[in-house]
Design a protein around this ligand. Structure first.
Ligand code: GLC
Ligand code: MG
Length: 525
């Protein structure tokens, strides 16, 4: 096996800090809480935790509106507490990745307060100011432009009006934000997940976006147009290469970009000569229909589009997306776990996936997410997938002693870490075993993905390294299906059959997945 870096070999686990573990009873998760749960992450077998933003913020978008990039919000703790978390994580061999939010600041950031104070302020050009708005829309409903009385101009915001977009064409902005990266890298963080990377640079002529001919009424407002001029601009790649150089000046760090684009365009974010991000997040499993043909197509398309030297990655969920167990059902979520953990490259898990957490229905009076408040009732809200981690079956799920900021899932009495611990058939055990299996098999880590096929709603592929071939069979249907395969079973999603030898014609039970060590001869037959 070639020498791989920690982020190529290991799994990344996203922690949404508000919802992981509360240590002080205020109902909101915090850094001290995360620190108490590090051993859980070690037992699970992940390599790194990525924290959604923990910087000072008015919390209009729950931390994605940063008012100071260099400190910690008191709701999460202090810089001292952050250092303690970092030390404890590193002591256990865990890496720590921070969220970096460069596209916009909070409107309470001192830079924006200065910028809006007068047209001649030195920071005026740090944001996007215009006499007249163009037609660009906000991703959270309504126009992307907000009129500002003091100076009689409009500023642009891709998201809330409390999140003004920075002007990344301005070298002073670049310098200031790169200093922020260096500050955290110096402090010892192992890398960054960069928020909405493909939106960072806008058309310098501010041309109007064309209408989207496929728009249907009832869809989110920003679907009315094609984001031709305020997203995925060619100039963004030079900027990313600069950012990468900043990170690369520190040994052994990783740069990950949040990028929602079709596969071909996504691949350009590896950059010329792979000088872009190390990992442009691959969200295509989130968007793909759950049937064997669609998934097979996605795997094949991604694999063949990957540039030479580009390291693949896969994601099943994050804090912006419906939970996988709700999207495809709890039985298929086990199949999805086996899929994820047998795919190539770096995998990212979202907290709670490993215990099968589902979306939680949020009563209207408990809604927190501005995406839901601004465009209610059309499925834009992200609270359902952000509910507190379910540690045990007690009333507050072991998350807090206070009033949780979002409701605890009613199913937490069974879907929780403590009841699933040691239960051979639980989701948690399945995740732990699959993670361990992956770590022990070179074919799963950097073997080729081969012979991807779909038949009778069974997805089938091989992982092949010089010394072994593994066959993965995933039944995406709820019927038993007969398959033609032979070898011995390394793992079944159902938690039994391990070690069983199978004949050329064996039956996959409904929603069963198998990892099979094939007989050397069988692969060539
Ligand atoms: C990203 C974040 C999302 C946030 C948005 C604006 O998409 O993942 O949670 O609301 O950016 O910062
Ligand atoms: Mg707290």
């Amino acid at each position: 096996m070639q020498k791989l870096t920690w982020w190529q070999r290991g799994i990344i686990y996203e922690v949404y800090p508000r919802s992981f573990q509360d240590s002080d009873g205020d109902g909101v998760g915090d850094l001290a809480g995360i620190r108490q749960r590090l051993d859980y992450l070690v037992d699970l077998g992940v390599a790194a935790l990525w924290l959604s933003p923990i910087y000072p913020s008015p919390m209009a978008d729950f931390g994605y509106d940063v008012s100071d990039y260099c400190d910690i919000d008191p709701i999460f703790g202090t810089l001292r507490e952050f250092d303690a978390l970092l030390v404890e994580a590193h002591r256990r061999g865990l890496k720590l990745i921070l969220d970096f939010v460069p596209n916009h600041t909070s409107d309470q950031h001192p830079w924006f307060i200065e910028s809006r104070s007068s047209r001649t302020n030195p920071k005026r050009d740090w944001y996007l100011w215009r006499d007249e708005p163009n037609n660009w829309l906000s991703n959270f409903g309504g126009s992307g432009w907000e009129y500002d009385e003091t100076t009689g101009q409009y500023y642009y915001h891709s998201f809330l009006k409390q999140q003004p977009d920075l002007n990344w064409r301005n070298p002073a902005v670049r310098a200031a934000m790169f200093d922020v990266l260096r500050l955290w890298l110096d402090r010892g963080v192992d890398g960054f997940r960069v928020d909405v990377m493909w939106l960072m640079i806008k058309d310098d002529e501010f041309r109007d976006n064309p209408p989207n001919p496929a728009y249907t009424p009832g869809a989110p407002n920003n679907h009315r147009q094609l984001p031709l001029f305020n997203a995925n601009r060619p100039e963004v790649h030079d900027l990313i290469a600069e950012m990468r150089a900043v990170v690369d000046a520190f040994p052994d760090r990783v740069l990950i970009g949040e990028i929602y684009l079709p596969i071909q365009q996504l691949m350009t974010y590896y950059g010329k000569d792979n000088r872009g991000v190390n990992l442009p997040f691959n969200f295509h499993l989130l968007q793909c229909a759950w049937n064997a043909e669609a998934v097979a197509r996605t795997l094949a398309e991604y694999d063949s589009a990957l540039p030479t030297g580009g390291w693949p990655n896969w994601v099943l969920g994050n804090h912006d997306q419906p939970r996988v167990a709700s999207r495809i059902g709890v039985h298929q979520a086990r199949v999805a776990a086996m899929l994820l953990l047998t795919l190539s490259g770096t995998l990212t898990m979202y907290y709670g996936e490993e215990i099968g957490m589902i979306n939680v229905a949020i009563p209207p009076e408990d809604v927190q997410d501005p995406a839901e408040k601004n465009e209610p009732g059309i499925g834009q809200g992200r609270d359902p997938e952000r509910t507190p981690m379910q540690w045990d079956s007690t009333l507050l799920a072991g998350f807090t002693t206070g009033h949780p900021w979002l409701p605890i899932a009613p199913d937490h009495t069974t879907a929780n870490v403590s009841s699933q611990n040691g239960d051979a058939k639980s989701m948690l055990t399945l995740y732990r075993e699959l993670i361990l299996l992956r770590a022990c098999h070179s074919a799963l880590i950097d073997g080729k993905v081969q012979s991807i096929t779909a038949l009778d709603n069974v997805l089938r592929y091989q992982r092949v390294s010089p010394d072994e071939t593994l066959l993965v069979l995933l039944n995406l249907s709820h019927e038993p299906v007969q398959v033609n395969a032979s070898g011995s079973i390394l793992k079944s999603t159902h938690g039994d059959r391990n070690g069983e030898r199978i004949d050329p014609s064996t039956t996959l039970r409904p929603a069963e997945g198998l990892i099979i060590e094939t007989h050397p001869k069988a692969e060539f037959s």
